[in-house]
Design a protein around this ligand. Structure first.
Ligand code: DGL
Length: 264
């Protein structure tokens, strides 16, 4: 039986979806959560749609066994390749994340926007559809963030290698006068400080964390599943590799919280 105090489940190919989770706990501080980082299989970005669907099913089933009332696919690659299938197969509500093309296309003044995402997201049918619907009159510079997810998974988000890769991906966009950069992968918000040093203040960085959190709130309300209890929430994080990188990325979460890390 799904209850209001059942946890919200999150999964990602790894640690990146915690950027979404952090946004969500600000908006919905009463909710219990279970997060699964499939780091042993990261990155998903270069996998086939068939593989991404199979992994997303496994992740969903792990979260359902733990009694989750809603599942957040905290990964653009898994959302764009697998969410339609997941919604057909399972009766639990799903919330996914897609690159925020629409606000960038609406607000651009230079008529040029950039998107950094995985190969799997950029080549998906869902991305092509959203892009042609909202950005057909705008120059969209697409760039695959090859290597970034693997470095973040290895705990190297501040390394010189990351800076070098970002320089090579973003400088050409700057030359094309982008005024918005869409982060189309949930790992990338952890790179915002470095991205800012490369692009400067004139380029607005857009990620979907807040929009997804609002959508989670709406879906919970609609299904009468919003947790109204005042007891302290419990946050459980599972990974199929070491818990070290997760712990480090979540160091800034308030120490008063009940936060647990386990190996699956
Ligand atoms: N966080 C995933 C995303 O949002 C990373 C994909 C990957 O593992 O390549 O797309």
């Amino acid at each position: 039986m799904l209850a209001k105090d059942s946890p919200i489940g999150f999964f990602d190919s790894g640690v990146g979806g915690t950027s979404i989770w952090k946004e969500m706990i600000k908006l919905l501080p009463n909710e219990n959560t279970i997060y699964f980082a499939d780091s042993a299989n990261a990155p998903y970005g270069k996998k086939s749609q068939k593989e991404i669907i199979a992994l997303s099913e496994k992740n969903t089933e792990f979260l359902l066994e733990k009694g989750c009332k809603l599942i957040v696919v905290a990964c653009n690659t898994a959302t764009t390749n697998a969410i339609t299938h997941l919604r057909e197969k399972y009766s639990v509500p799903f919330v996914g994340i897609e690159p925020a093309i629409k606000p960038a296309a609406l607000h651009t003044k230079t008529n040029s926007i950039g998107i950094l995402a995985t190969q799997g997201t950029l080549s998906s049918a869902l991305f092509a559809k959203t892009s042609s619907k909202f950005a057909s009159n705008v120059q969209v510079i697409e760039q695959v963030g090859t290597g970034l997810v693997a470095l973040i998974e290895a705990g190297k988000k501040d390394s010189p290698m990351i800076k070098e890769l970002l320089d090579s991906y973003l400088k050409p966009m700057k030359e094309q006068q982008i005024d918005h950069l869409i982060l189309g992968c949930t790992h990338y918000p952890y790179l915002i400080p470095i991205i800012n040093t490369i692009l400067g203040n004139e380029v607005r960085i857009i990620d979907s964390g807040y929009a997804v959190s609002k959508q989670i709130n709406n879906v919970l309300l609609k299904n009468k599943l919003l947790n109204t209890s005042n007891s302290k929430p419990i946050y459980n994080f599972f990974t199929n590799t070491t818990t070290k990188v997760l712990r480090k990325l979540l160091m800034d979460v308030d120490k008063d919280n009940q936060i647990y890390f386990s190996k699956k």
